[in-house]
Design a binder for this molecule. Structure first.
Ligand SMILES: Nc1ncnc2c1ncn2[C@@H]1O[C@H](COP(=O)(O)OP(=O)(O)OP(=O)(O)O)[C@@H](O)[C@H]1O
Ligand SMILES: [Mg+2]
Length: 224
């Protein structure tokens, strides 16, 4: 489902963010991406979602070589992904409900379906009581959960989450992770970047460790 072949990324500033990274992630896997701040974790995710392009090497996602992908195909690639951004990227003029509904409208879901699905997903992330609030009226952890709700709502085949528990207290973090694991059990591929070693140790999942742009550890695929 995701394949990196000798991928390197040097930003225009000269920063070597990733260096000769090769790995494969199969459909249905659950993978933790760990590493220090600045290690290259977000860059790795941004390459998968085609938000940035590699300096060298090949990336294959859903059987498509991203180097050869046309710009107009990118929205179709993104539709297969539920993305939780490290910086949330919520729309501040819209309510929590509409932020989530917006993702459904964007893919042409009918209003009757949206009306049922959004409350269901908000309940899943414990945010039903904030449906009418604006993102600026929420705590960091609440905004993060809106971002997660938006990623889940279209039932994507893969979820890419950059620090989805970074602003959430430990108990809720654990719950969010259990939610992701439940979604993974239904066949969704999940990639989670996290700083929290405790959380990683609580779940026996594949762990890929990045250090200064290189993969220094990979437990490999874990069957369960
Ligand atoms: N758009 C950019 N332009 C230039 N350099 C960048 C850009 N984005 C990231 N970098 C640099 O690339 C390196 C890797 O950054 P990246 O965001 O991938 O790290 P990270 O592992 O996600 O860190 P964090 O845990 O702090 O989020 C860092 O040195 C960072 O400063
Ligand atoms: Mg990051």
């Amino acid at each position: 489902m995701i394949q990196f072949k000798n991928v390197s990324k040097t930003y225009s500033t000269g920063t070597d963010a990733l260096h000769d990274v090769s790995l494969q992630i199969d459909k249905g896997e659950f993978v933790f991406i760990v590493g220090a701040s600045g290690a290259g974790k977000s860059t790795f995710l941004k390459l998968i979602m085609h938000e940035t392009t590699p300096t060298s090497g090949e990336i294959i996602v859903n059987g498509q070589n991203l180097n050869k992908m046309k710009r107009r195909q990118i929205p179709y690639l993104r539709r297969t992904m539920g993305i939780v951004f490290q910086d949330f990227r919520l729309i501040d003029k819209m309510t929590v409900f509409d932020n989530v509904a917006f993702a459904m409208r964007a893919v042409g879901a009918p209003p009757s379906v949206i009306k049922k699905r959004v409350p269901y997903i908000l309940d899943l992330v414990n945010l039903s009581h904030k449906a009418k609030s604006k993102p600026s009226e929420l705590s960091g952890g609440e905004q993060q959960r809106v971002s997660l709700a938006r990623a889940l709502v279209n039932n994507p085949s893969m979820i890419i989450a950059d620090e989805p528990t970074g602003n959430i207290d430990p108990e809720l973090s654990y719950e969010i992770m259990q939610l992701l694991i439940a979604i993974n059990k239904r066949g969704t591929t999940i990639l989670v970047v996290t700083h929290e070693h405790e959380l990683v140790h609580s779940f026996p999942k594949r762990v890929v460790e990045i250090d200064r742009g290189r993969i220094i550890n990979d437990t490999g695929k874990i069957d369960d």
